[in-house]
Design a protein around this ligand. Structure first.
Ligand SMILES: Cc1cc2nc3c(=O)[nH]c(=O)nc-3n(C[C@H](O)[C@H](O)[C@H](O)COP(=O)(O)OP(=O)(O)OC[C@H]3O[C@@H](n4cnc5c(N)ncnc54)[C@H](O)[C@@H]3O)c2cc1C
Length: 423
């Protein structure tokens, strides 16, 4: 009898999950597992914790939702804390499993973990993070263009987005195992207080992801104006807010894509509907860049291997971190992220530019702080965007320095956003 571990990573859903479907097809018994890796839960980089409370809360909610869904299909979710390789090896022995299935990652640390696991366990890692499947790219990854527009045009012309897959009808897990989703306190974290200025009150899980998709597309038809509103700063409606669910895999980019296609058929097709998919293609691009350049995306000199900024001291980093630089637009954005775990794309571009171009502080500190604070933290999108702005990534213009005064005039002309987060 073949029994397989299904290791959930950032694919916390049952729908459109190719590797889960494969595991269920190929094995009579599945043991679904989630591991809180100690190195992420307790680890630090540059003295900054890797996991903040906002993201952990979202993750715990996502696991609750996943566990309930698995139980409906006759299975359950075993949750452990520890060193991932040790924990999965122990589970393999305890439950007598032959093989481990999981979604393949693009970012360096996660890929390293796959290699380590494969030394002791029979593993099957299958691609599933992106809108366009890795195997459908019109070239080998080594030939991935270093300019986004070239990538976008090539996939738009030569690749198709695959259809979505249904969730398995049943998942058979005969081993009885008892495990609860831990609380924030169990994991040594303070509970998060909700801030009523938050763009939306984010809730983790596939159900909440689909609710948000329905709200944005079908209830309010906000998608039809996305291109005009996407640079907003206040409230739930200016952009999709899909990123936290995408980052945890509560929803797949393909699920969003095919709903957009339906919207184009039944409601309207315009530059806004195109632009949301365009942004999902950006997300893809950073995943493929991360895969191609592995740990170079984390290095100060990025994928170009050179510094474009005359770096200074990091002494004043705390002012940026705490929203106390004295530049109200930067401070407002940092306070929003500190209080809610979210910041608009416009805000992220400005605070990142300010940290490196004005304060001359090593961009890696900013990226590490984003990693801790953002509920939508995704290594590829985060580091890909930081190196882009630092001019050591994929920007053909050699980096972006934002003129904060102009940005304020354009995006917060009455100062309402700055006022909202003044304290
Ligand atoms: C310095 C910096 C760091 C960032 N770090 C992250 C991160 O850790 N995780 C993350 O998901 N996004 C990151 N982004 C990208 C972007 O800011 C967020 O994806 C977006 O603000 C999320 O809001 P939304 O879902 O409403 O986006 P929408 O505007 O509604 O866009 C829809 C989706 O497209 C994708 N997308 C949009 N813009 C980008 C982009 N520039 N790069 C990659 N994907 C994009 C996201 O998945 C997003 O959910 C970063 C941007 C910058 C400038």
């Amino acid at each position: 009898m073949s029994r397989a571990i299904y290791w959930f990573r950032n694919d916390l859903r049952l729908e459109d999950n190719e590797v889960l479907n494969k595991a269920v097809e190929e094995n009579p018994e599945i043991l679904p597992v989630y591991v809180f890796d100690e190195s992420l839960l307790r680890g630090e980089q540059w003295g900054i914790e890797r996991m903040g409370s906002h993201r952990l809360k979202f993750l715990l909610e996502s696991l609750e939702d996943l566990k309930a869904h698995l139980q409906q299909l006759g299975s359950d979710l075993l949750i452990k804390v520890g060193d991932t390789v040790t924990v999965l090896n122990d589970i393999r022995k305890t439950y007598n499993c032959d093989v481990l299935y999981a979604q393949k990652a693009s970012a360096y640390d996660e890929v390293q973990l796959e290699e380590k696991l494969s030394e002791t366990i029979n593993t099957k890692f299958i691609w599933g993070e992106t809108l366009y499947h890795l195997n459908d790219l019109p070239y080998h990854l080594d030939e991935l263009p270093d300019i986004f527009t070239q990538f976008r045009k090539s996939v738009e012309k030569k690749a198709d987005v695959r259809k979505i897959l249904e969730a398995p009808l049943q998942i058979h897990s005969s081993q009885g195992f008892d495990s609860e989703v831990p609380s924030m306190e169990d994991l040594g974290f303070e509970p998060v207080e909700e801030d009523d200025r938050s763009v939306i009150q984010f809730r983790g899980g596939a159900k909440a992801a689909n609710d948000r998709l329905n709200y944005y597309l079908w209830d309010k038809e906000l998608l039809g104006n996305y291109k005009q509103t996407r640079n907003g700063l206040i409230g739930g409606d200016y952009s999709s807010k899909f990123s936290p669910w995408l980052a945890h895999g509560c929803i797949s980019p393909r699920q969003i894509y095919w709903q957009v296609k339906k919207f184009e058929k039944y409601v309207k097709k315009n530059s806004s509907t195109y632009w949301l998919v365009f942004e999902l293609v950006w997300r893809d691009y950073f995943h493929f860049v991360a895969k191609k350049y592995s740990n170079q995306i984390y290095q100060r000199k990025g994928i170009l291997g050179e510094d474009k900024i005359d770096w200074g001291s990091d002494k004043l980093f705390h002012l940026w971190r705490d929203g106390k630089t004295g530049e109200p637009f930067v401070d407002a954005n940092m306070r929003e992220m500190n209080a809610t775990g979210f910041m608009s794309n416009r805000g992220r571009q400005n605070v990142a530019s300010y940290l490196m171009h004005q304060m001359k502080i090593d961009w890696r500190l900013g990226a590490a702080y984003f990693e801790k604070m953002l509920i939508d933290y995704d290594p590829c999108s985060n580091y890909g965007n930081w190196i882009y702005i630092a001019g050591v990534g994929n920007d053909p213009r050699g980096g972006r320095e934002f003129n904060i005064e102009r940005q304020k005039q354009m995006y917060d002309p009455k100062g309402e956003y700055q006022e909202l987060w003044a304290n």
